[in-house]
Ligand binder design. Structure first.
Ligand SMILES: [Zn+2]
Length: 231
């Protein structure tokens, strides 16, 4: 092989790898991102977050089935709707884990989100939808109960990182078992896929380093009063 042929081959392989990485990272996101840019203002915020100890929100991960952002209605029709979270497929009954230590600010079971829980960790708010079980009240206090899964979570309860908070189900508006995971920072929507990517890279760096220096993270927030019409 001539030098030139070798060089061409080298670039060709690199392009292939780059293309593959781009596709695997952006498959679901590309289309919706373009639309978002047109419809709402985006802003970068520095959160000074370290997600070193953060937990992936579901066990038995199967794949991402619907990205964050504008999409065609998930249950048919030609309407566009804002999808305020990331859909993560996992088999029915898989345990859902708390992403980051915080306080339960809401449990509910009456809307499209199904049986759900909202946890607040500083400026971050994380929502978990379509869980198994239901919400009950005892002495004026609300709690999420999934008896078969051994889950009981009270409003106001403090939950550690990685704690099992429920199981994947099909409550609310859904066509298959998955976790709808929503994230907000200071009341603005954040694309959970970006946070997961940042989290994985931090954890990867930390594994290779003997000492961890707290680092800044940048995330893109949705600066809008977009109504969350889709789960
Ligand atoms: Zn969803």
């Amino acid at each position: 092989m001539s030098k030139r042929q070798k060089r061409t081959l080298f670039y060709g392989i690199n392009l292939l790898i780059l293309g593959w990485v781009t596709i695997s990272l952006g498959t679901l996101l590309t289309e919706s991102k373009i639309v978002i840019a047109k419809e709402v203002q985006q802003k970068k915020v520095t959160t000074y977050s370290s997600w070193l100890g953060a937990s992936f929100p579901v066990e038995n991960f199967q794949g991402y089935t619907s990205a964050f952002g504008y999409r065609h209605s998930a249950t048919g029709g030609s309407k566009w709707e804002f999808h305020g979270g990331l859909d993560i497929a996992a088999p029915q009954g898989s345990y859902i884990r708390n992403w980051w230590a915080g306080t339960v600010i809401k449990v509910g079971d009456r809307n499209a989100c199904g049986t759900h829980i909202v946890i607040k960790s500083g400026e971050w708010e994380h929502t978990y939808c379509h869980m198994q079980g239901s919400v009950e009240t005892a002495q004026g206090h609300r709690y999420l109960i999934d008896r078969a899964g051994g889950i009981q979570i009270w409003e106001g309860q403090t939950i550690p990182t990685g704690f099992r908070i429920g199981r994947v189900g099909m409550t609310g508006r859904t066509t298959g078992p998955h976790l709808h995971w929503g994230l907000k920072y200071a009341n603005n929507y954040v694309d959970p896929a970006l946070v997961l990517r940042e989290m994985f890279s931090q954890q990867q760096i930390a594994r290779g380093a003997s000492r961890f220096n707290s680092q800044q993270s940048q995330v893109t927030i949705q600066e809008s009063n977009t109504r969350d019409s889709g789960y």
